[in-house]
Design a protein. Structure first.
Length: 428
């Protein structure tokens, strides 16, 4: 396009012409009979192939201490793997537990334990509180919100800024209301914005006074190692920050290899204070006699050490970074200068956050669906799917091949422009 100006500044005649142009482009898009999917942030088959070496491992069944990993025991997980994750996350290995394949399961277990029994510092089980609330930075991760909703926990939102949650908004919520029991955050390359929680914001979250004596921060480091550039950001060590602020039990840190090795057969970890660890293991011991240590050993042999994980992640980057560039290229080509959309250019993680003209996100998703392009539902990044401005769409470009990402995003950009033109024409 030449001489691009904000869509809102066009005369009625110019807007009508623009609308007609986009309607024609959309009609041509529908005629292509596409069937493309950008709904979930899954690794592609090419990424999964990077870890096929796991299928022939382990070559032994004993850990470095000579213990037979095929048998019961070792509730904390294989020590060698705990050390690898400790180095990667900047956490003492003694605070790390390695378990099954799903960090989401560990989050669910921690939340369930708090509800049934309370945790260190709790006056009573959370289920016995008259009201329960969690602070939810938005846009955020829909599965966190779904879990809270399933338990009937009220969600109160704060803005997710480029450097983490709005600290003052969080402070105002937690200071005087003991019903506010926790905060859920993806701190590094956040889902879906790609925001990175700064050390300063992390320190504030770990040190601020809270009315609830057992306030918890669920620190979901799902994407801590998923860099898209050479600038490999390190996630703050919130366990040390919290301990220094005399709130050692506040954070519970989660991570996994779900998007590092095999999404359905990786390893999940949880890290926490000594008191939290003893509490968690007490209840875990009622459900398990030990995790899959064979899989733990398999991963240790495959990676060798933390540097092996980092080298592996650079291979992932080579595959997915061009897809993120394709998203930006498509949106920039079609939408730059129109002032009807903003999108992130993340330096890591799995998503691009797209904010379109207020009141049009649902229409963009519907238009894309009719054209054979499946997108995550509008508002999915808000509790209960309720985006009050109906403008937010999460884009997930990792799973499809690059050429499909390019095709799909060109179509999405057309839908964004068309929905905006329709809205402005209707409001004129």
């Amino acid at each position: 396009m030449t001489d691009v100006v904000p869509l809102s500044t066009l005369s009625p005649e110019q807007l009508a012409a623009f609308l007609e142009e986009k309607q024609a482009a959309y009609a041509a898009l529908r005629e292509r009979g596409l069937s493309l999917d950008l709904t979930r942030g899954k690794p592609s088959a090419e990424q999964l192939d990077l870890s096929n070496g796991l299928l022939g491992l382990p070559t032994t069944y004993r850990d470095r201490g000579g213990v037979d990993v095929r048998n019961y025991g070792g509730l904390e997980g294989l020590r060698e793997l705990r050390e690898v994750f400790g180095e990667l996350l900047g956490i003492d290995a003694d605070q790390v537990l390695c378990q099954g394949n799903s960090s989401l399961t560990l989050m669910h277990q921690a939340l369930t334990d708090l509800l049934l029994w309370g945790g260190p510092g709790s006056e009573r089980p959370w289920k016995d509180e008259p009201t329960l609330k969690f602070v939810c930075p938005v846009p955020g991760y829909d599965r966190h919100f779904s879990m809270l909703a399933d338990f009937g926990i009220e969600m109160v939102t704060v803005p997710m800024n480029a450097d983490g949650p709005d600290v003052e908004a969080v402070r105002a919520l937690v200071a005087d209301d003991p019903a506010v029991k926790g905060l859920w955050i993806v701190p590094t390359y956040a889902n879906p914005t790609g925001a990175v929680c700064s050390a300063e914001v992390a320190a504030e979250l770990m040190s601020m006074p809270t009315a609830a004596p057992d306030f918890r921060v669920f620190w979901d480091n799902a994407y801590a190692l998923h860099h898209l550039t050479d600038d490999e950001v390190k996630s703050p060590d919130v366990l040390s920050l919290a301990a220094a602020a005399d709130h050692a039990d506040r954070p519970i840190v989660f991570a996994s290899t779900s998007k590092i090795t095999f999404a359905g057969a990786g390893v999940a970890v949880v890290a926490m204070s000594g008191a939290n660890k003893a509490w968690f293991l007490k209840h875990l011991g009622m459900a398990s006699i030990g995790p899959d240590k064979v899989n733990h050993l398999r991963h240790v042999e495959f990676f060798g050490d933390a540097d092996g994980v980092r080298a592996h992640m650079r291979k992932h980057r080579e595959i997915i970074a061009p897809k993120f560039a394709a998203v930006d290229d498509a949106l920039s080509t079609e939408l730059d200068g129109l002032e009807v959309a903003e999108w992130t250019r993340p330096t890591g993680g799995y998503f691009v956050n797209l904010d379109v003209l207020d009141g049009t996100a649902s229409q963009v998703v519907a238009l894309a669906k009719e054209a054979g392009i499946a997108l995550t539902p509008a508002g999915a990044s808000f509790p209960l799917g309720d985006d009050p401005r109906d403008r937010n769409i999460r884009l997930a470009p990792t799973f499809p091949p690059l050429d499909q990402v390019e095709t799909a995003m060109a179509g999405v950009a057309t839908c964004v422009a068309l929905a905006a033109a329709e809205k402005l024409a209707a409001d004129a």
